[in-house]
Design a protein around this ligand. Structure first.
Ligand SMILES: NC(=O)c1ccc[n+]([C@@H]2O[C@H](COP(=O)([O-])OP(=O)(O)OC[C@H]3O[C@@H](n4cnc5c(N)ncnc54)[C@H](OP(=O)(O)O)[C@@H]3O)[C@@H](O)[C@H]2O)c1
Length: 332
């Protein structure tokens, strides 16, 4: 099968598209013929092998697993002997293993049904970013009237966190660069700050929660503008003024012990239930993915390079198999 191949840690120009063996499913796994797969920050971390801790188990000098990609939408082509939820021909989306490829493995409970009429490109934007956003809302206890700041609001996690918080009745203050302000407003978010000209820390009314997907502001500075008992979720894996990902986790843990606010790092988890909640909102037109661009598999290195800038203007999607796309629309 054709696949994006990852042979050395580094930048996207070291990636190639070539042939790889087709996967076969483990007992509780399925093989999905991939229609579309979106790029996540985690794919870039794996591509670079940074933080270096990610190399443990996957080769310290070069990657043992040659395939990249986690999000997918497509059609089940084979099922493992213990799979009960899915049959060949089912249209699905969710988290897979090595999804920038014609066929990818997925654990059966990390998938949900892709409803007829939902574009696999849109569905492929949801799994990692959407379920992380949902988890952030739960950890931060976002509900009606919560005054919540969402940074990186034009990015993958931020766009969904801002929309989902608004759907829960929260007062959302979205933060992004100037060129993305109109795009974020187009999602139905009224208050959008341009961090290049406005300072989210200069506020007369304190915030109840911060979901910081950008990491451009120190945790200690967020503490000045969040109410006691409020939530501060440092969610960026990118180096910023608090240091790299591991240092930020260490600082968050320390602030969590001494701050009057709840400072929490958290991990998103892709479950069938969370995926279904997201796709139902998508199908109802209540959640809208902000797309940066769509690239065919041959251009997957460009897609990774764009996300690696940390300034993609929404989700970047790789389309793979036109046959799988047609099958998800019921037209196969
Ligand atoms: N906890 C988890 O399980 C989990 C899961 C997924 C992702 N994450 C983390 O969440 C973060 C966001 O992921 P993502 O997929 O949303 O990434 P993304 O699509 O690359 O979005 C990042 C956003 O951050 C903004 N940004 C970049 N540098 C900035 C700066 N210096 N100041 C302010 N904004 C800045 C960019 O907006 P502009 O272009 O407008 O500046 C961009 O929209 C990642 O770092 C990732 O590690 C965590």
């Amino acid at each position: 099968m054709r696949a994006l191949l990852h042979s050395s840690y580094g930048e996207a120009n070291a990636l190639t598209v070539g042939d790889a063996p087709q996967p076969s499913p483990g007992k509780r796994q399925v093989v999905v013929q991939v229609a579309a797969a979106s790029v996540n920050a985690a794919d870039v971390f794996r591509m670079r092998g940074i933080p270096r801790m990610l190399r443990v188990g996957n080769g310290m000098r070069r990657p043992k697993r040659r395939l990249l990609g986690m999000d997918l939408a497509g059609v089940v082509s084979a099922v493992g002997s213990g799979v009960t939820r899915w049959r060949a021909g089912d249209a699905v989306f969710g988290e897979g293993i090595g999804t920038f490829a014609e066929y990818a493995l997925a654990d059966e409970d990390r998938l949900a049904a892709l409803p007829l009429g939902v574009d696999p490109v849109d569905a492929a934007t949801l799994p990692i970013a959407g379920t992380t956003a949902l988890r952030a809302l739960d950890v931060a206890a976002i509900g009606p009237g919560t005054r919540v700041v969402v940074t990186g609001a034009a990015g993958g996690v931020g766009q969904f966190a801002a929309q989902l918080a608004a759907l829960r009745g929260a007062e959302v203050i979205a933060v992004c660069s100037g060129r993305n302000v109109a795009r974020v407003r187009s999602l139905g978010i009224d208050t959008v700050l341009d961090y290049e000209t406005e300072d989210v820390l200069r506020t007369t009314a304190p915030y109840d929660a911060v979901i910081d997907n950008a990491g451009g502001i120190r945790i200690r500075d967020w503490r000045r503008v969040v109410v006691p008992g409020g939530a501060i979720l440092p969610n960026s894996g990118v180096r910023g003024p608090d240091g790299g990902a591991l240092m930020r986790v260490a600082k968050a843990t320390w602030h969590g012990l001494v701050a009057p606010q709840r400072v929490r790092v958290f991990s998103g988890t892709v479950t069938s239930e969370a995926l279904t909640e997201l796709v139902d909102l998508l199908a109802a037109g209540r959640l809208r993915p902000l797309l940066d661009d769509v690239h065919p598999l041959d251009e997957a290195p460009r897609a990774l390079a764009k996300v690696a800038t940390h300034h993609a203007r929404g989700k970047v999607v790789v389309t793979v198999s036109p046959a799988a796309s047609r099958a998800t629309s019921g037209a196969a």
